[in-house]
Design a protein around this ligand. Structure first.
Ligand SMILES: Cc1cc2nc3c(=O)[nH]c(=O)nc-3n(C[C@H](O)[C@H](O)[C@H](O)COP(=O)(O)OP(=O)(O)OC[C@H]3O[C@@H](n4cnc5c(N)ncnc54)[C@H](O)[C@@H]3O)c2cc1C
Length: 437
């Protein structure tokens, strides 16, 4: 078997394949180093969020099968925690749930609608519940909190420690990871790399946002950038004033608020705040460049949004320092549907299109790929995302116009809801999409 891409998807697939059948010969080919992609640089929300909307899943299959997929996602963060423990991966995994704050009346009513909708679908307070203003502030003492919602179905993880640790475990199990090996094309039984041809019965594509670079896949996925900043480690007094867990750093919920544009944060194990959002534009022709990982205006706005949410951080001159900033590309399919599958005729499998919800979903994908390849008749292979095919994106310039118009629509919606000119400017600058990170 050949797996193309050594991010979470490729590594989880290799991990579960070898466990299912230790006689399988598995090679992972990676253009840079294991964890180079989004898996090594994400926000570390190991959540039960799934990128495809409930309505689309339920329409395509049934509400009961949509629920089965969501329950499988809830189980997945437990599975990741189990493997991390069993394999001794030091990924700073801890389960603290997610708190989503409402900081305007519109956000509060949207959160209430979300929770009501979830309950109408069969979820309960044990999955997602409203918080009054005091409860929400107790979890995260942000400015202007009117209420919030909470789900326990999320853990925080150090993303790079997880992916590098997983790579070590996969190698130790007898799988070769060939780094600095770029795959140019995948055809049945054959993978062309810049270093030669590899033949294999089964080839699994796990290239996510970088997929358009593969021959014949230019319009399969749109690479969209998400950017992050991180503070220096906060002192005990500042942490105590902010919340997000106890003094021992346990029970740290990930956090967001109810605006349309995606923002996401976590208090890290070493007491920093790592905080991200969408905002970088989609680049014409699905181009990916290292320089796109850093948009100074977006970094500046992320810092301003976090300082605005949390006055405890102080001002730019005399407050807490931001010490890190970075970004990376994630993959979006034309119908915003993630999928995992194997074409038995060609022996080519794939998984991806997670938008910004891949940390846990990639594990479900890896287990599902292993079952598909080994022919196991498991509950996973009948989940409604299996073998789904998304249609291709439009050719340029339509793709560029469509995606960036979507970004702008989100930005305008937030600007209209925001209370102050400053917030409105931030919302304008940080155009983002709903769903994912
Ligand atoms: C800034 C940021 C924050 C995010 N935050 C979160 C979050 O908090 N929670 C969450 O659930 N999700 C988050 N995501 C999304 C999540 O990180 C991804 O969905 C997930 O990591 C995808 O894993 P992957 O293995 O499929 O892809 P990747 O990690 O991108 O791995 C693909 C790998 O394939 C390699 N590759 C590509 N093409 C080739 C080729 N032709 N030849 C050889 N190798 C190739 C790449 O180098 C890369 O290492 C975030 C993403 C970003 C960018």
């Amino acid at each position: 078997m050949v797996v193309v891409g050594a991010g979470y998807t490729g590594l989880w697939a290799a991990y579960y394949l070898r466990r299912a059948d230790p006689t399988l010969r598995v090679a992972v080919l990676e253009q840079e180093v294991a964890g180079f992609g989004a898996s090594g640089r994400n926000g570390g929300w190991c959540s039960a969020l799934f990128p495809t909307s409930w309505d689309v899943l339920a329409r395509k299959s049934s509400p009961a099968r949509a629920m089965r997929l969501h329950r499988a996602m809830q189980d997945t963060s437990h599975e990741i925690g189990r493997v991390i423990d069993d394999e001794g991966i030091d990924a700073q995994f801890q389960r603290g749930g997610t708190v989503t704050l409402a900081r305007s009346p519109a956000q509060l009513s949207r959160l209430r609608d979300d929770v009501d909708m979830a309950h109408a679908r069969g979820f309960t307070d044990a999955d997602q519940r409203m918080l009054d203003a005091d409860e929400a502030r107790e979890m995260l003492a942000a400015d202007g909190v009117l209420g919030g919602s909470f789900t326990p179905h999320c853990a925080t993880v150090h993303p790079a420690r997880l992916v590098r640790g997983l790579a070590r475990v996969v190698e130790a199990s007898g799988t070769d990871i060939f780094e600095r090996t770029t795959v140019r094309s995948i055809t049945p039984g054959r993978v062309e790399t810049d270093a030669g041809t590899v033949r294999a019965e089964v080839v699994l594509r796990a290239t996510e946002g970088y997929t358009p670079r593969l021959e014949g896949h230019r319009r399969a996925v749109a690479p969209v950038y998400s950017l992050m900043v991180a503070t220096e480690p906060l002192d005990d007094a500042t942490l105590a004033a902010i919340g997000l867990g106890d003094t021992a750093g346990e029970h740290r919920p990930t956090f967001s608020d109810g605006r349309h544009l995606i923002i996401y944060g976590q208090r890290t194990a070493d007491g920093r705040l790592a905080f991200g959002g969408r905002g970088a534009p989609y680049h014409f022709g699905s181009r990916i460049r290292p320089s796109y990982d850093g948009e100074p205006a977006v970094f500046e706005d992320l810092r301003a949004v976090l300082r605005g949410m949390l006055p405890q951080l102080g001002g730019e001159g005399d407050g807490v320092r931001f010490t890190h900033q970075w970004g990376g590309c994630l993959g979006i399919t034309r119908d915003w549907a993630a999928s995992v599958g194997l074409d038995r005729q060609t022996g080519i499998g794939w998984a991806g299109g997670y938008v910004g919800d891949g940390v846990a979903t990639t594990n479900l994908a890896g287990r599902t790929l292993a079952d598909l390849v080994t022919g196991a008749d498991s509950d996973l292979v009948s989940l409604p995302w299996v073998n789904h095919r998304s249609r291709r994106w439009e050719p340029e310039p339509l793709r560029w116009l469509g995606i960036n118009a979507g970004l702008r629509a989100t930005q305008v919606a937030d600007a209209e809801e925001s209370w102050t000119g400053r917030q409105s400017r931030i919302a304008r600058m940080m155009a983002g999409m709903t769903g994912g990170h």
